[in-house]
Design a protein around this ligand. Structure first.
Ligand code: FES
Length: 241
């Protein structure tokens, strides 16, 4: 277990170090849910081969579905090391701490790619949410190297737990808690933050039926492995303003 990936959960004045892989079920702080452990899943490529952290291209948005078969998450290898121990606040005021990115240089991050404003997310048809590389411009914020939801121009800090930088979103994107193993493989182990998965399942019923066959299939928990591809392969069209 990579000790750097331990979570710190703030419960009032108490900070508790928690190893996500040791948790089954939900972890509750004194004032609400902050972290949910899910089945540990290895990130693999389209051929089923384990993804190696050192092979991830910089500033490319990759997508894998986790913790449910229909919930897309983004994986990004940032150009520089992330912040550490970033304190975040959910829209209902819960405080929690995002520990840091993983990998040799602490540059690899993963977030649920469902916008916390009105749940825009990548589909096989298109995506309005993406990481915007540092060399590109965005209308959502004064600088790039951030995550942008182009539906209503919300901007999230990719290197700081997806903290909201601007726009209509009222809380950070949920973070996927990653483990980086000694053999350079990557594993998703849980979700940090106040999630909206149940609202998502309710709001996108027809779409989930179209792409996953129905609500039961869409709500299936991912286990063992999660196929990880570039966003440009996951969605036919990526729209970014
Ligand atoms: S849905 Fe993302 S900014 Fe509105």
């Amino acid at each position: 277990m990579d000790r750097r990936n331990f979570l710190k959960v703030v419960a009032g004045a108490t900070v508790i170090a928690v190893s996500p892989s040791l948790i089954r079920g939900n972890l509750y702080a004194a004032d609400g849910m902050l972290f949910s452990a899910y089945e540990k899943a290895q990130l693999v490529d389209a051929a089923g081969k384990p993804i190696k952290a050192s092979a991830l291209q910089k500033e490319v948005t990759y997508i894998f579905n986790y913790p449910y078969a229909s919930t897309p998450c983004m994986l990004i290898n940032l150009p520089k090391p992330t912040g550490k121990d970033v304190e975040l606040t959910s829209e209902s005021g819960e405080k929690y701490v995002w520990k840091s990115g993983v990998g040799k240089e602490r540059t690899i991050v993963a977030y649920v790619a469902i916008c916390t404003h009105q749940m825009t997310h990548p589909t096989p048809n298109d995506s309005f949410i993406t990481y915007v590389p540092t060399a590109k411009k965005t209308m959502a914020y004064e600088k790039s190297g951030i995550i942008v939801c182009s539906s209503h121009l919300s901007a999230f800090d990719a290197g700081a737990g997806a903290k909201v930088l601007g726009g209509a979103a009222t809380q950070p994107l949920n973070a996927v808690v990653l483990e980086h193993a000694a053999d350079d493989t990557l594993w998703a182990v849980g979700i940090l933050g106040s999630d909206k998965f149940q609202d998502y399942f309710k709001s996108f019923r027809p779409e989930l039926k179209e792409f996953y066959g129905g609500p039961a299939e869409a709500k299936k928990l991912v286990s063992i492995s999660a196929k990880t591809v570039k966003l440009t392969e996951y969605s036919k069209e990526v729209i970014q303003y």
